[in-house]
Design a protein around this ligand. Structure first.
Ligand SMILES: NC(=O)c1ccc[n+]([C@@H]2O[C@H](COP(=O)([O-])OP(=O)(O)OC[C@H]3O[C@@H](n4cnc5c(N)ncnc54)[C@H](OP(=O)(O)O)[C@@H]3O)[C@@H](O)[C@H]2O)c1
Length: 297
């Protein structure tokens, strides 16, 4: 199994870090122990993480500021990836911010809070695909303008069906797709297949089944996952991450955690070899559907 792959033309380790879990409860406000959150980020980089996923709307601002405080000046090899297209209300609700003007403000806000002149990759985070139908060209056009201005290197798309991805690919160069996908949520198989065909990175969010829907607890409760984990002497979370790494060479992981112990466990999943029999057994894990109900939405 390859340990590295690509985001666009940029080589990265296949295990990165998703920073969403570093904010306070509900991804809103500050965490109870900001120093612990910064320590998780520093440990991630120490362990070889060179790809961190974030957004200005995590907190809002909080997570980007933790990243800046912990890691600035950034190591040269570190790729920072953000997403635009949403905003938060005063109670922490998730609202769309999908107009070209709002997308531009979103990129500028990320650059400011991360203290960057240029960011490695910006995902267009779609909220309602039907709503975006007539707007995709202007939305991606806004990001392409920002690329031409030197404010970002690569464009990705998130929460996009395979059809939307096909349309997006006709409009601009797309480097990655970020959709919900895991051993227990296989709704986005078509999108993954298209990424393989077009040689794009597929970056699954909720790789552990989503904290909003029971997360790793539900992985542990699944008899098939529990059996493979016990046989390999690994944890259910490691089983789910190793399954993703074996599922496709184009998959890059960004598991999120606020715990150093979980971070170390997740990174160690990169050394786990699953065989054909394990992969076949894991096809029998219970499918839990799309866990977005209470999530970042
Ligand atoms: N584009 C989008 O729309 C979108 C949506 C959601 C997320 N994302 C991104 O995707 C990243 C990954 O998603 P996620 O963080 O929500 O994934 P997830 O599948 O929900 O996993 C995170 C949950 O698992 C727990 N966890 C992590 N490692 C564990 C371990 N080894 N053992 C036990 N529990 C563990 C975390 O709790 P602890 O903190 O206690 O470890 C947290 O509750 C996010 O961080 C974010 O950057 C993108």
């Amino acid at each position: 199994m390859n340990k590295t792959s690509f985001l666009g033309d940029k080589p990265v380790n296949r295990i990165g870090f998703g920073a969403m879990q570093l904010a306070g409860p509900g991804v809103f406000g500050a965490p109870s122990d900001p120093e612990r959150a910064r320590a998780v980020l520093r440990r991630a980089v120490e362990l070889g993480v060179d790809h961190i996923d974030t957004s200005q709307f995590y907190g809002p601002n909080v997570v980007n500021e933790l990243i800046r405080e912990a890691l600035y000046p950034y190591p040269e090899h570190l790729k920072l990836v953000t997403k635009v297209g949403g905003r938060r209300d005063d109670a922490g609700g998730w609202l769309p911010a999908q107009s070209p003007a709002e997308l531009r403000v979103g990129v500028e806000d990320n650059l400011r809070t991360l203290q960057l002149e240029r960011i490695d990759l910006v995902n267009l985070r779609l909220f309602d695909e039907h709503d975006t139908e007539g707007r995709l060209a202007e939305q991606l056009g806004a990001l392409e303008d920002l690329r031409q201005e030197g404010k970002l290197d690569l464009i990705g798309i998130s929460n996009a069906s395979a059809d939307t991805l096909r349309r997006a690919l006709e409009l601009v160069d797309i480097a990655c797709v970020q959709n919900a996908y895991s051993v227990v949520n296989r709704a986005e198989e078509d999108g993954l297949a298209l990424c393989e065909e077009r040689d794009l990175a597929f970056v699954p969010f909720f790789p552990l089944g989503s904290a909003f829907a029971g997360g790793p607890r539900q992985l542990a409760a699944d008899p098939v996952i529990a059996e493979v984990a016990a046989r390999r002497q690994i944890t259910p979370s490691q089983t789910a991450l190793a399954w993703l790494l074996h599922r496709s060479e184009r998959i890059l992981l960004i598991p999120g955690t606020s715990s150093i112990q979980h971070l170390e466990e997740n990174i160690a999943a990169g050394d786990i070899e699953l065989d054909e029999q394990d992969m076949q057994r894991l096809e029998g894990a219970t499918r839990l559907g799309h866990p977005m109900a209470a999530a970042e939405h």
